[in-house]
Design a protein around this ligand. Structure first.
Ligand SMILES: O=P(O)(O)OC[C@H]1O[C@](O)(COP(=O)(O)O)[C@@H](O)[C@@H]1O
Ligand SMILES: [Mg+2]
Ligand SMILES: [Mg+2]
Length: 349
């Protein structure tokens, strides 16, 4: 008989892996699971309730917030606030970080960065969306957490993961000891271990990139796309193009099947589109823990300096051999050349 292990049971079981474990991180992951269930409930009936469409407000990125962006943001902020383990929340939907004060969280040690609803452009059309979270432990031991606590490099993460709201709802996370996936069983309202010890294939045949921006791609990316699209029986090319437009959904597929996801610098996003703190770093930590690789085409994502909350970065992430090949193509062009191209300077071939 198959034994069902819930997320809560798994977290407690794994607690022993950590020297300073007093249950705080476990409770924090529990709180994230609670908010995920509330968001899942609204996502599942998005067409029936007044949760689709624009909220009429804009976030600091200049994006029109969707009602579900705002709802998801509220659910995660309140679950993390009431849970008492979180002292700082950084959210895509909040200009500034939130300092959680009050008796409940006076000894809170964790900083949580969150993309409450990823893939906002897909909400109203019933296509997979997600949530991304990244967890750090504060370094300073007393007083209000400092910017050094908040702007830590990706390598300092103690946990990271995502929730994908699709044909089923899954929570996938790492605490630096491998990656595990849990599927929400609506009949018992629990996330149950369904994908233990997830590993991304070292090689894959799927590339995910918004080719609509092709003309403004760096030459290294154009070169890599040509490589993906050339006929070659030995290396099983051409590869297949798959792009959902929700980072979580595209990466979840590639995590299981193998593949590469690329969001490079483009004319409209000269520093990349995706945000380092709550999109690139958590997904890079998770994919590396699953045996994959993540860079900005030149440097490891997790080693990038973090200078501000909503900083953007180019990202090449997925199966190790595919990211290596893409980096090889990028290496023909220096980062400066890559940057200069779409400022209208002469393309250097
Ligand atoms: O529409 P584009 O330019 O391809 O961008 C799609 C990317 O933007 C995002 O939607 C950005 O995330 P948000 O929806 O959280 O703002 C990613 O999920 C996705 O990979
Ligand atoms: Mg996002
Ligand atoms: Mg978002």
């Amino acid at each position: 008989m198959k034994v069902t292990k819930t997320l809560g049971q798994f977290i407690i079981e794994k607690q022993a892996d950590f020297p300073y474990a007093k249950g705080e991180l476990s409770r924090l992951l529990r709180d994230i699971g609670i908010a995920a269930k509330l968001v899942n409930r609204e996502v599942n009936k998005a067409g029936l309730v007044d949760i689709i469409g624009e909220a009429g407000t804009e976030n600091i990125q200049g994006e029109n917030q969707k009602k579900l962006d705002v709802y998801a943001n509220e659910q995660f902020i309140s679950a993390l606030t009431y849970g008492g383990e979180c002292c700082i929340i950084v959210s895509e939907e909040n200009d500034e970080y939130l300092h959680i004060e009050g008796e409940v969280s006076k000894d809170a040690k964790y900083i949580v960065a969150i993309d409450p609803l990823d893939g906002s452009s897909n909400i109203d059309v019933n296509v997979n969306v997600g949530t991304i979270f990244s967890i750090y432990r504060r370094k300073s031991t007393s007083g209000k957490p400092t910017m050094d606590d908040i702007l830590q490099k990706g390598v300092e993460q103690v946990a990271a993961g995502y929730i994908t709201y699709g044909s089923s709802t899954m929570l996938v996370y790492t605490t630096g000891k491998g990656v595990n996936g849990f599927t929400l069983d609506p009949s018992i309202g629990e996330f149950c271990l369904s994908h233990p010890n997830m590993r991304i294939p070292q090689d894959g045949h799927i590339y995910s990139i918004n080719e609509g921006h092709y003309t403004h791609f760096p030459d290294g990316v154009k070169k890599y796309l040509k490589y993906c699209q050339v006929e070659d029986k030995v290396t099983n090319r051409p590869y297949t193009s798959r792009y959902i437009g929700s980072m979580v959904a595209d990466l979840h597929r590639n995590l299981i099947l193998g593949g590469i996801f690329i969001y490079p610098v483009t004319a409209s996003a000269p520093n990349g589109k995706l945000r380092l703190v709550y999109e690139c770093n958590p997904m890079a930590f998770l994919i590396e823990q699953a045996g994959g690789k993540a860079s900005n085409g030149y440097e490891r994502i997790l080693e990038l300096d973090v200078n501000h909350l909503h900083q953007r970065s180019a990202i090449f992430i997925g199966s190790e051999n595919m990211v290596n090949k893409a980096e090889e193509m990028m290496s023909f062009f220096s980062p400066q050349q890559t940057k200069k191209n779409f400022n209208g300077d002469v393309v250097i071939q």
